[in-house]
Design a binder for this molecule. Structure first.
Ligand code: ATP
Length: 485
């Protein structure tokens, strides 16, 4: 992971946020090539789930929304993490992460815990079965504060920062960012930066139904920033306080559609997007079904698509059957009716939803991790060419030969019309290849002395390092063919 983070900084994928002023925890800025990679992932997501589908439309809702939106969704009361502070060194940590990481590293403690737990008298305010299930599945999200405290006192998990066991009692911390609108103190009204993109979809459900020709089953997709007051540090852009989400609410009538079948279809579409869309290795992916304790009370089924990051298998993309919970909550809180009319029966239907929700920045980090290879003296990012920031790099063999430079500029200008390209005439050719390998450019075109004689150029392949000669007029078609799959 350290090597990937170093490469990301060195080559301009990601920089720590506000670095000039000492940094701001859990924020990152995307550099020139990182911005291109992020855009390519977003474009591919939009193309796959909106443009290529006839049953999904897009939406771009406001980042700041009315406090009632978040009251209705349950976020103001329930969207919280359990935090612990180390009294010795003041280190702050999410209790579920502390316990889960400990169990992942000390699996032998699990059996021992379960065996000994029943022998000790416990408070009647906790549910021992929930605790044991949480320990066995190494998933303790959803347990009560007292249950978390009980686990901590049994396992005696020490502070990863100072090694002491001296925690404050666990307490809940809301993840929503409040914003105060208006300039006059006292007259300001409270609103929130959105904690997920999904609520913008539910709030606009009626607007979309009334303004478009959608018919059940249909989806509304949204791609955009969400904000969460996260405290866990580390692992680059995996968890940040500001991140990009791609969410779809897929609305259907449970009386005419089988939810299990729809759920399976979505699982297949998500898996395919990662494998064939982003070109990630299948062996690094797996599904994980949420335990009963972890799943929200209104959800009938939740599964996470996880990727094997260098720091372990972690959630990339959640898929949840959320029933009609969200629409009903907004009906209750707004006092408005939200429904669609079934054209066959003329009946009002409050649809159910299946929600695939992905973090684009996690897809970005996955793409970097999956593509990172060290081969002899070179480091290469074997990104799928469709994701690569630049598709082609153009070089004149020597920067002091006017004839080569002007021909290279001509080829560069021609390729730039249809492909995102870059130009480099600094240093020797070997160094230029190594630089392009590190940013994942799939092909390098070199204009050399033979070009002046016969109009052909060298095309060097990033993955095989093989070089072939291609006539200049054939270059655009040559690359387009490789890019179209
Ligand atoms: P986690 O358990 O990792 O905190 P979550 O279950 O709260 O995630 P969801 O609310 O289901 O996440 O959000 C959907 C997706 O958004 C996640 O699968 C993840 O890819 C992404 N995501 C959530 N929180 C963050 C974050 N702080 N930074 C980056 N991506 C995030």
């Amino acid at each position: 992971m350290d090597k990937i983070v170093a490469l990301a900084k060195r080559r301009g994928f990601i920089f720590p946020g506000s670095e000039l002023y000492g940094g701001l925890a859990n924020t990152y800025d995307y550099g020139p090539v990182g911005t291109e990679l992020l855009r390519n992932i977003k474009n591919l997501w939009w193309e796959t789930f909106v443009h290529r589908r006839t049953d999904i439309v897009g939406l771009d809702a406001s980042l700041i929304s009315h406090q009632k939106v978040w009251e209705a969704s349950g976020h103001t009361s329930g969207f919280s993490d359990v935090l612990l502070d180390c009294k010795q060194c003041k280190h702050r940590i999410r209790a579920d992460h502390l316990i889960e990481d400990y169990l992942a590293e000390n699996e032998q403690k699990i059996d021992e815990f379960v065996r000994r737990f029943d022998l000790v008298p416990q408070s009647t305010d906790i549910d021992p079965e929930r605790i044991k299930a949480g320990i066995i599945h190494k998933k303790v999200e959803g347990l009560t504060l007292l249950e978390i405290e009980t686990i901590l006192s049994h396992l005696k998990i020490t502070c990863p920062n100072c090694g002491k066991f001296d925690w404050t009692t666990p307490r809940k911390f809301n993840l929503l960012f409040p914003v105060h609108l208006g300039i006059v103190m006292g007259d300001q009204s409270l609103a929130y930066l959105r904690g997920e993109t999904a609520q913008g979809i539910f709030v606009n459900f009626e607007n979309v139904v009334n303004s478009t020709r959608v018919r059940l089953p249909f989806g509304i997709a949204q791609l955009g920033k969400s904000f969460r007051n996260e405290v866990t540090l580390g692992n680059s852009v995996f968890r940040t306080i500001e991140f990009e989400q791609g969410e779809i609410e897929y609305f259907f009538d449970p009386e005419s559609e089988n939810w299990e079948k729809l759920f399976a279809t979505w699982k297949e579409a998500m898996w395919r997007f990662i494998i064939t869309g982003l070109g990630v290795r299948e062996e690094n992916l797996r599904w994980r079904i949420h335990t009963d304790e972890e799943r929200s009370f209104y959800s009938k089924q939740t599964e996470d698509l996880e990727y094997k990051f260098p720091f372990g298998f972690k959630e990339l993309w959640g898929l949840a059957y959320r029933t009609d919970y969200d629409l009903k909550q907004h009906i209750k809180h707004s006092g408005k009716e939200l429904y669609v009319i079934d054209p066959k029966t003329n009946k009002k239907v409050i649809p159910h939803v299946i929600e695939p929700a992905v973090g684009i920045n996690r897809l970005f980090l996955m793409a970097l991790c999956d593509a990172y290879y060290e081969e002899g003296e070179r480091t290469v990012l074997r990104l799928d060419p469709r994701l690569s920031p630049y598709k082609v790099a153009v070089f004149p063999l020597l920067s002091n030969k006017e004839q080569l430079v002007s021909k290279a500029t001509e080829v560069f200008d021609m390729l730039r019309e249809t492909l995102v390209c870059t130009f480099d005439d600094r240093g020797n050719i070997g160094k230029r290849y190594l630089y392009q390998d590190e940013i994942g450019t799939p092909w390098c075109v070199t204009i050399d002395f033979q070009t002046i004689e016969d109009g052909s150029v060298t095309v060097r392949d990033r993955d095989t390092t093989e070089q072939i000669r291609v006539p200049i007029p054939e270059l655009p078609a040559h690359f387009q063919k490789k890019l179209s799959r």
